[in-house]
Design a protein around this ligand. Structure first.
Ligand code: FAD
Length: 582
């Protein structure tokens, strides 16, 4: 079956995010409304289901090929890229000044989700273009903006993010690529990077590598990293592509999944002729790169949502067709009639619905942070985004792996057979908990930087907002359960996470369970609030809104207890990972 965007969910959840974050109050967004959002989603759905989804399995089966420094993308990729570019999808949420469409993030988010569900391997260049443009907009000189932005926003050129090296993955402070200053103000770049997504390909004329490197006198560690714009072909005065810039692809990885996306090893400056230009200030490269990384982390969370949705659609359809076993009346039934199969489908459905809602709320919060004229409102939105980013990235991707496993279980033996396509989803989703910072790294960021360093202020504000939702319908069982878990979380924060005498090693050991608990609580919060809204709107569409309430009930009975269990682990950790001798 081919992917179809869950249009009704998307429309309703966009509307909810619009209202919750009061986007109607933002002056600069007055030209945009929900009708426009729906029209754009409609077009995007046609492209996603008509052009991208049919290429998904082609990309998986054929993969990319590498020969003599050149990467060839799978059949149909180049043509799809040209259509994607010419339809203006790359610059959807980028400034009109540079050829984009300047749409708010709350409209771009469901569109992104459609790309991610329909063909994740293909569309990975889009988040790179978005994040790369934002780096240049924020930190680039006027000269750099003029040289690169229009080309990137319009998709004439693509972007590669070049951080990772053989000895520097999670620990970027260990990277050794050199940037040697030249008399003309440029830098000579020299070093090896690995795992660079779309670092080389055949779809665009030029590739702008954003390279983290170290100048000769830079301080050690991550404080000594600077960021450089390093094009594959140098750019002539008139903006055309000039001389080759001594950037060589030395190979592509043979991966578990995402076969259609080239993951490249890149060698910069083998002949001492690779020229880069500094973006922003010296030694502040990691700060600049964080703009792209945060963008990429949120996009990665949406990958979890998109692939869970795809898995749900496939599993639901299969479960309606496959006849096996009998019902209470002895008649043979489709497997969807078995309660355990329903449980797995609801697991997929409730989690992806809740995570979609969270992802759309974050996108709307970005609009508030970027567009609000009230400094306090904008700052509060920024802080909330910073807190939610590791939770969303970590939890959505961890859940997506579990959920795709459930989808395979629904298929039975056919789930283990490639031709159904669900096995591809399992292989593709596996990387999402690893790249853009592993779950372990997200969890430490959450626990230390976002909660302990902030002395718990942002998390307390989030908990107060969740408590408000709970108190709106105190008699609902869903809300009562959520209220109990909030009490447990408050206790865990006081006694463990924010306890100044807590042992760091012990905290690090429970960081991922803690992240998972917060992820589950945030999803239960989304569903509780949506269920309240659904009760109000029920008469308009009994089935749709009745189902929203059913999802909230399912989640609070089957999934929220997992958050409680994770909090129990956090509080009861007594050297549980410390005594075993490996
Ligand atoms: C398909 C693919 C595409 C990619 N695309 C890009 C790209 O475009 N650009 C780019 O620069 N990179 C890219 N990467 C690299 C990716 O970001 C890294 O693989 C990732 O950051 C993890 O680094 P690593 O593989 O070196 O793992 P390691 O850092 O070696 O981690 C291994 C394990 O140790 C744990 N660990 C490591 N350090 C800590 C710590 N301090 N605390 C707790 N746990 C820790 C990790 O959580 C993990 O479980 C890509 C990778 C893949 C596979």
């Amino acid at each position: 079956m081919s992917y179809q965007a869950p249009y009704k969910d998307m429309q309703w959840l966009v509307e909810q995010a619009y209202q919750t974050q009061q986007l109607g109050n933002l002056e600069s967004l007055q030209d945009f409304d929900l009708d426009l959002a729906n029209a754009i989603m409609d077009e995007a759905n046609k492209f996603a289901s008509g052009v991208l989804a049919p290429l998904n399995m082609v990309g998986d089966v054929e993969g990319c090929t590498f020969s003599d420094g050149q990467v060839t993308t799978p059949t149909g990729w180049k043509d799809a890229y040209a259509q994607f570019r010419d339809s203006g999808w790359i610059g959807l949420a980028l400034p009109e000044e540079y050829g984009g469409q300047g749409l708010p993030k709350y409209i771009a988010q469901p569109v992104n989700e459609m790309w991610l569900s329909s063909n994740l391997a293909f569309v990975m260049f889009a988040a790179l273009a978005q994040g790369g443009s934002e780096i240049l907009l924020k930190f680039g000189s006027d000269e750099l903006k003029a040289r690169y932005l229009t080309q990137i926003v319009t998709g004439e050129w693509t972007v590669a993010m070049a951080l990772t090296e053989p000895n520097a993955g999670s620990d970027l402070g260990a990277l050794t690529t050199k940037a040697i200053p030249q008399t003309d103000g440029t830098y000579q770049i020299k070093g090896q990077k690995i795992y660079i997504t779309y670092g080389e390909h055949d779809m665009a004329e030029n590739i702008v590598h954003l390279v983290l490197a170290r100048t000769p006198d830079a301080p050690a560690g991550s404080r000594g990293l600077s960021l450089f714009a390093v094009p594959k072909y140098r750019v002539n005065e008139d903006g055309s592509c000039g001389e080759f810039n001594d950037i060589r692809c030395t190979g592509i990885e043979h991966k578990t999944g995402l076969h259609g996306s080239p993951t490249c090893s890149i060698s910069y400056g083998d002949n001492d002729a690779c020229v880069g230009e500094l973006i922003g200030n010296l030694n502040q490269g990691l700060m600049a790169m964080f703009v792209l990384m945060n963008e990429a982390r949120l996009s990665c969370g949406m990958q979890g949502v998109g692939l869970s949705e795809l898995a749900f659609q496939k599993a639901q359809q299969y479960s309606k067709e496959r006849v096996q076993g009998a019902g209470a009346d002895g008649q043979r039934v489709a497997i969807i009639e078995h309660p355990d199969v329903k449980r797995m489908l609801l697991n997929l459905r409730s989690e992806s619905f809740a995570l979609r809602s969270l992802g759309y709320q974050i996108a709307a919060l970005i609009d508030v942070a970027e567009q609000s004229k009230d400094a306090e409102t904008a700052q509060a939105a920024e802080k909330r985004i910073a807190l939610l980013t590791p939770i969303f990235k970590g939890f959505a991707t961890e859940q997506a792996n579990e959920l795709v496993g459930d989808a395979i279980q629904v298929y039975g033996g056919m789930g283990f057979v490639e031709e159904t396509g669900i096995a591809q989803v399992m292989r593709d989703v596996r990387i999402t908990t690893i790249y853009e910072g592993t779950t372990g790294i997200q969890a430490k960021d959450l626990l230390h930087r976002k909660i302990r360093m902030d002395q718990g202020r942002c998390i307390s504000e989030l908990m107060a907002d969740i408590r408000d939702v709970v108190e709106k319908s105190p008699d609902s069982v869903v809300n009562q359960r959520l209220g109990q878990v909030l009490n447990q979380l408050a206790h865990v924060l006081d006694s463990t996470i924010l306890n100044p005498s807590a042992e760091l090693a012990q905290l690090d050991a429970v960081a991922v369970p803690f992240l998972n608990a917060l992820g589950g609580i945030c999803c239960a919060w989304q569903l509780a609030e949506l269920a309240q809204q659904a009760q109000v709107s029920k008469a308009q569409d009994e089935v749709f809104f009745g189902n929203v309430v059913a999802l909230a009930e399912f989640y609070s009975a089957y999934k929220l207890p997992q958050a409680q269990a994770a909090l129990t682990t956090v509080i009861e950790e007594q050297n549980g990972v410390g005594n075993y001798e490996f």
